[in-house]
Design a protein around this ligand. Structure first.
Ligand code: SF4
Length: 344
């Protein structure tokens, strides 16, 4: 199964989409913040990002879902800056330090070379982490990398605070959507992530992703994802994430067949200690409650995480090797909830 962007490249559509997306930077409405700034002229909006992509790390990654990690790792490209401000962001060193991230600015050609370098390392996919505010630059880079031989599936690994018109321009380019559905209450999204319209925006975005590639997750003979939708949900303490309503939305407004990746790895970092309700890890009871909801809503497909997952996988982007396994420690495994549930 070849990545769908190959056909778009052959027809010339990849270039046309890149041009259309780059035009949107003139009055940026790339994400639901709708800042309206002219990023082509150096203005910046909420995400502090101009026209050049900010690439903070390019690494094979061994802590993603098994169908993305495989044996040689997901090919992660971590983009700097962000269109949200999660007080608990574990990647805060690169997502909320816009001055420091200036040193990680690259050209679009440099981004294309990063994609090709991950392919040369044997990675199974290109996993675009926090891509939302750089979608135009990503598609422009793809239009360079594909003629040079890029053949890996694209994973769009997002906070789900995405714009539907922009996602439509990714139709037939992205093969695997990996949104993290973070909240079901806008008051919580505003308080903890400065995203007061998150619920409507993220649900519309995930519905569009589902329309494009859902509900099945297609694997190749080696068990690697080639196309589909995986929705992550990070459980937060004191029901801040609104897990019940997030799972209800997935089951009732998308499909119980959707593959869900339930994350237990929350730990207070960044500025989380300043807000009482989110200043601790989740409790075993809170995790067990959400596991019961999977059954209640008939969500059988996907993965759950070891409850002790907070002890591994904490990145340090100030280090030349940001992830623990680069020092020899294996990441916590994600457990398949129903091994026969994947389609291939
Ligand atoms: S991508 Fe950045 S500048 Fe554009 S609307 Fe979103 S936050 Fe604002």
């Amino acid at each position: 199964m070849t990545p769908s962007y190959l056909a778009r490249n052959e027809s010339g559509e990849l270039h046309r989409r890149a041009e259309r997306l780059m035009e949107l930077l003139q009055a940026c409405d790339i994400c639901p913040k709708l800042c309206g700034v002219n990023r082509l002229r150096g203005e910046v909006g909420f995400c502090w990002s101009g026209v050049d992509p900010v690439v903070s790390a390019v690494v094979p990654h061994f802590g993603e879902e098994p169908c993305l990690t495989g044996t040689r790792g997901a090919g992660n490209i971590f983009f700097g800056n962000c269109n949200m401000r999660c007080v608990y962001c574990q990647n805060w060193q690169i997502s909320q330090d816009w001055k420091g991230q200036r040193r990680n600015t690259v050209s679009i050609e440099g981004l294309a070379e990063a994609m090709l370098a991950l392919q040369d390392k044997g990675c199974h996919n290109i996993n675009l982490v926090s891509p939302t505010h750089f979608v135009p630059q990503i598609v422009a880079a793809l239009a360079i990398a594909v003629p040079r031989g890029l053949r890996l599936p694209l994973v769009y690994n997002t906070n789900a605070y995405d714009s539907v018109p922009v996602l439509r321009l990714l139709d037939g380019i992205v093969d695997i959507y990996l949104p993290d559905l973070k909240y079901s209450d806008n008051a919580m999204a505003r308080e903890y992530s400065v995203a007061g319209n998150y619920v409507e925006a993220s649900r519309d975005a995930v519905k569009e992703m589902y329309r494009q590639v859902g509900p099945d997750l297609v694997l190749d003979d080696a068990g690697l994802a080639r196309r589909g939708l995986i929705i992550r949900h990070l459980i937060l303490p004191n029901e801040i994430a609104g897990s019940r309503e997030c799972l209800r939305f997935i089951a009732e407004e998308l499909s119980p067949a959707v593959h869900l990746s339930l994350m237990a790895q929350y730990y207070p970092t960044n500025k989380a200690h300043r807000k009482d309700l989110i200043s601790r890890k989740i409790r075993a009871r809170e995790y067990a409650d959400v596991l019961e909801m999977l059954e209640e809503f008939g969500l059988e497909n996907g993965w759950t995480q070891e409850f002790a997952a907070t002890e591994v996988g904490r990145p340090d982007f100030a280090s030349a090797a940001p992830f623990a396994w680069e020092g020899g420690i294996a990441p916590a495994p994600l457990t398949l909830t129903r091994p026969d549930s994947l389609t291939g």
